[in-house]
Design a protein around this ligand. Structure first.
Ligand code: PRX
Length: 659
């Protein structure tokens, strides 16, 4: 994972110019000249993009910035995200074009299920689902629903159906536990929760309905549960509360039509929860008009989407990448896309390559962790298949190391396909930084992210809020409002201001370390706060500490993120046991199992250490910085604020004992 360095100490500067799209190639200087104009007149620029969407009513003002940081884009405009993603195409020549090629996980000499939905099919299904929500469950604009589904077509269908009614939705990743479901339902006041009997993952069933039953013991706003039958698992149904989708749907007319609600540009489309440094996950609320405008721009510029393409984003819709680049982004463009239900390497490591070959995927959007997993499994799995349909690739979620970049570029990109690492986050709504930042391609540099997109202004600041000199590490910030930015944090506007807008006045603080190089390219180096990226999943150290102390044997816990060759980062925990409890290897295993069950399987530990004290400040705050230094073999630094210096030795000892 080490990055080669040049004499300036910066990561490697090799520039790669791909064969394909050479005609679109511009130098970084040329690009930055064009870029400068679009940020100087950013409102005008974004208006020119928004004009390409279909609005029911045009906006009166591009940006309402009268109450920063609560910006509102395209004020006075009315539109509907479901109409943009479905109706427009179903009423055009794309009517019979395939929208979604869905492939289920089960495999028997080939995929057992492949379902193709045309835009007309999608239109029918979305209308019928909207009819159900409206007529049977009485949902209307201003309400919120919860969705806890595996990667099956019902997931995008219900997201689009809710959007059609102006009903906000919150999707919970199907790998999360009952506690996470309950917290999110309570925070978002959801009335209806849509789930499935179970979901397939690596040939096993995740008992989703059982998890929901447990969650609803404490999620009191949910009055009804709608269950999709997916795995045929036996489940319990609570009369009056629960219903099978196929039962209620049988009463909905085949050609049901629900008029799309005229929602205001600044009306919420969805709430998506994401981890922070302290407390509960934050419910990021995205608007409708700004978000759809940003997605349109990024699909066009970064993915160069065309009607002949087959687009595949390998993320799960439970995360923002899936919201933006499986549901609203590609469908708004009328694209054909692949949606895959299960693990990329199930039942064999070449499942994902076989999907590329069988469905002729031309644009691939995946993650560094996936790439490093494929790398470990070996190139022979890729070589079994023809990947020549791929013409463009990007990765997302965490920094990509140059070795992984080169390996994937050579094997899947045949050494000639544009391949970038797009930087963005749940809060930004869509891609901010990329090697295809303006529909042009700038020369690629393995391991970097590229320049900001047209209309987007980013920078690297020092601790005082001054721009860092080029090639020096600082904090990544976004210095101009952009469409797709959050409206706020659900029920907590103060937290929204505090987390993102307080560190530096009037600029958005992303929480990442970054370097801007001489070409104006950004190198995002990782989180600057106490948030981990485990296999690209964003998890607060605090969240795992809370999960750990729920175990009856644990009195106190501290968690830090440490580098991992495949997952980018994993968790390392230091725990103090309750008095009378003896440390043992068995207990260690039990704790890992406990956290995976209570938090979710995305919690991956390198190790759990038993200690008798933790490094704390005199006011009792755990000094994770010190623990992290020990766990990563780096200098511990200033420890003058420590309450008890012996705690550092204790952590060191525990760490060395296990090595
Ligand atoms: O640390 C950055 C990292 O992922 C964080 C955002 O996580 P999340 O909200 O879960 O969204 C992930 C998918 C958009 C960022 O603060 N990150 C995301 N993309 C990259 C990245 N780090 C380096 N390179 C990237 N391409």
């Amino acid at each position: 994972m080490s990055q080669p360095e040049n004499e300036s100490g910066l990561p490697f500067q090799e520039k790669v110019v791909p064969e394909l799209l050479k005609h679109r190639l511009v130098t970084p200087e040329e690009y930055l000249r064009i870029h400068k104009k679009t940020v100087e007149n950013y409102q005008e620029y974004w208006e020119s993009v928004a004009k390409e969407l279909d609005w029911f009513k045009p906006w009166e003002k591009a940006l309402d910035d009268s109450h920063p940081p609560f910006y509102k884009w395209f004020v006075g405009g009315e539109l509907n995200a479901s109409y943009l993603a479905v109706d427009r195409h179903a009423n055009s020549w794309r009517r019979n074009k395939v929208a979604i090629i869905w492939e289920g996980e089960p495999w028997e000499n080939g995929p057992k299920e492949v379902r193709k939905l045309t835009y007309l099919d999608l239109y029918r299904e979305v209308n019928r689902a909207a009819y159900l929500l409206k007529e049977v469950y009485g949902l209307k604009k201003g309400d919120t629903i919860g969705i806890y589904l595996p990667m099956i077509p019902e997931l995008p269908i219900f997201m689009l159906a809710a959007a059609r009614l102006g009903v906000a939705f919150t999707v919970v990743f199907s790998g999360f536990s009952a506690q996470a479901v309950a917290d999110r339902m309570n925070d978002a006041d959801t009335k209806l929760l849509i789930t499935a009997d179970g979901g397939w993952r690596r040939g096993k069933v995740i008992p989703l309905k059982e998890i929901v039953d447990k969650a609803l013991e404490t999620a009191t706003t949910v009055k009804n549960v709608l269950v999709v039958r997916r795995t045929g698992t036996e489940i319990s149904m609570k009369p009056g509360r629960d219903a099978y989708l196929h039962d209620v749907m049988s009463k909905v007319p085949i050609k049901a039509y629900v008029e799309p609600e005229r929602v205001k540009s600044e009306d919420p489309l969805y709430i998506l929860y994401t981890s922070g440094t302290t407390g509960k996950p934050k419910g990021i609320i995205h608007d409708t008009g700004g978000y759809m405008t940003l997605l349109h721009n990024t699909m066009k510029l970064v993915f160069d989407i065309r009607d002949t393409d087959v687009f595949w984003c390998t993320a799960d819709i439970g995360w923002v990448t899936g919201h933006s680049y499986i549901v609203f982004g590609p469908l708004q463009e009328g694209a054909t896309e692949v949606m895959y239900e299960g693990a990329l390497d199930f039942p064999e490591p070449d499942r994902w390559v076989s999907i590329i070959e069988r469905h002729q995927v031309s644009i691939l959007y995946t993650s560094p962790t996936a790439i490093r997993t494929f790398m470990k499994q070996g190139e022979q799995w890729i070589k079994k298949h023809d990947v020549s349909s791929v013409r463009l690739m990007h990765s997302v979620g965490e920094p990509i190391n140059p070795e992984a970049w080169r390996w994937f570029h050579k094997l899947v990109g045949r050494g000639q396909v544009p391949f970038g690492s797009t930087w963005w986050m749940t809060e930004t709504g869509g891609i901010m930084i990329s090697h295809m930042p303006g529909g042009y391609l700038v020369p690629m540099k393995p391991g970097t992210n590229g320049p900001p997109l047209l209309g987007i202004e980013t920078n690297v600041f020092d601790e005082e809020g001054k721009p860092m000199p080029e090639e020096q590490k600082g904090y990544l910030v976004i210095t101009k409002p952009w469409p797709g930015m959050p409206l706020t944090i659900n029920k907590d506007p103060e937290r929204y201001v505090k987390v993102y807008w307080n560190k530096f006045p009037n600029v958005f603080y992303a929480g990442d370390y970054a370097i801007k190089d001489r070409d104006g390219y950004f190198w995002i180096l990782g989180r600057a706060d106490e948030v981990m990226k485990i296999a690209g999943h964003r998890i607060g150290t605090y969240e795992l500490e809370s999960a750990l102390v729920q175990h009856p044997a644990i009195a106190e816990a501290a968690v830090v993120g440490v580098p991992d060759p495949v997952r980018g980062e994993v968790a390392e925990a230091f725990v103090i046991l309750r008095s009378g409890v003896e440390p043992s290897a068995k207990l260690r295993e039990e704790i890992v199992k406990f956290v995976r069950e209570n938090f979710g399987p995305i919690a991956v530990f390198r190790e759990i250490h038993f200690v008798s004290k933790l490094p704390k400040t005199r006011s009792g705050k755990i000094m994770r910085r010190v623990i992290k230094a020990v766990a990563t073999n780096s200098p511990v630094g200033d420890v003058t604020t420590l309450e008890d210096e012996a705690s550092v030795e204790e952590v060191k000892k525990a760490f060395q004992e296990l090595k």
